[in-house]
Write a protein that binds this ligand. Structure first.
Ligand SMILES: [Zn+2]
Length: 293
């Protein structure tokens, strides 16, 4: 499985999964390393840990970009590393422990042993923190909206921005936690000094036009979603009518799954903006149905 490892830049390696176009990361400098979201299948996690051992790198920390199930599976493969996450990670993983457990049970392909307990965070932060890896400085900052504990990692000297579950070329923004919050987060993102954009799902890119296009398109998508759903709710439309009114909101990511994600975004936004429903809808319903999004 070593084939899945690739060196993206002198200080950043990716371990790519067979599933969900998913990447874990390793920042390395002077034989010190920090691992990001180790995953996804057990054999891929093992390959990542074995590779790090073979290189004689000391893993000081595992950063979990947020507590969604697919980002937290492999931390225990690095028992000497401290686990770093945003503060909301603790409450989020506590709330969703049962859901995470059931997704893993329903996905035997992962090869993850059950019962699975979300890793404990050894160190958390509220808005920002920095973390030293050899000669590199990693800046972690809170970017909520997709998840309440979502974070970005920036390594400015080499122009790297690790955007986790945002700014993907494959997935539209999954507005699972809060639409108003993700809009604020996207509006605050700065691409200054960014020469490499790496999302956990999709293709890493160092094409500056592509990087800007991802941000602009996701901002426009979220703004349009807010505008149309808010208008629909204030006009007293039903959720079905709102879905129709939002069906042609455009986005540039072209994977067919995005249709389902867009549908869930509309339903969750409808509830967030005051629309009345008689049963759980959108992302809430997907969670209750144990959908492994
Ligand atoms: Zn996620």
């Amino acid at each position: 499985m070593e084939m899945t490892l690739q060196q993206l830049t002198p200080n950043l390696w990716l371990n790519s999964s067979e599933l969900f176009t998913y990447h874990s990361g390793i920042f390395v400098s002077e034989h010190r390393a920090v691992v990001i979201d180790p995953g996804l299948k057990q054999n891929e996690i093992d390959a990542l840990a074995r590779f790090v051992r073979q290189q004689n790198w000391q893993v000081d920390a595992v950063i979990l970009t947020h507590g969604d199930w697919d980002h937290i599976l492999g931390a225990s493969a690095f028992p000497n590393a401290r686990v770093v996450a945003q503060r909301e990670y603790v409450a989020k993983t506590k709330r969703s422990a049962e859901y995470i457990q059931r997704v893993i049970e329903k996905t035997p392909d992962l090869g993850i042993t059950v019962p699975f307990t979300p890793p404990r965070a050894d160190e958390t932060f509220a808005e920002r923190m920095t973390l030293q890896v050899g000669a590199l400085t990693l800046e972690l900052f809170h970017t909520p909206g997709h998840a309440p504990d979502h974070l970005f990692i920036q390594e400015r000297a080499n122009g790297i921005l690790w955007s986790a579950d945002m700014l993907s070329n494959e997935e539209i923004p999954y507005v699972i936690d809060h639409l108003g919050t993700i809009a604020k987060t996207l509006n605050a993102v700065s691409l200054e000094d960014v020469r490499w954009l790496v999302a956990c799902h999709g293709e890493p890119t160092n094409d500056l036009t592509e990087i800007r296009a991802r941000l602009e398109n996701d901002r426009a998508y979220i703004a349009e979603l807010q505008t149309r759903v808010a208008r629909s709710v204030s006009d007293g439309k039903s959720l079905d009518e709102t879905q129709e009114l939002c069906a042609d909101i455009s986005y540039r990511q072209s994977v067919p799954d995005n249709r389902g994600a867009h549908h869930r975004n509309v339903a969750s936004a409808y509830v967030e903006l005051g629309g009345q429903v008689s049963e759980p809808v959108g992302w809430r319903r997907a969670q209750l149905e144990i959908m492994p999004y």
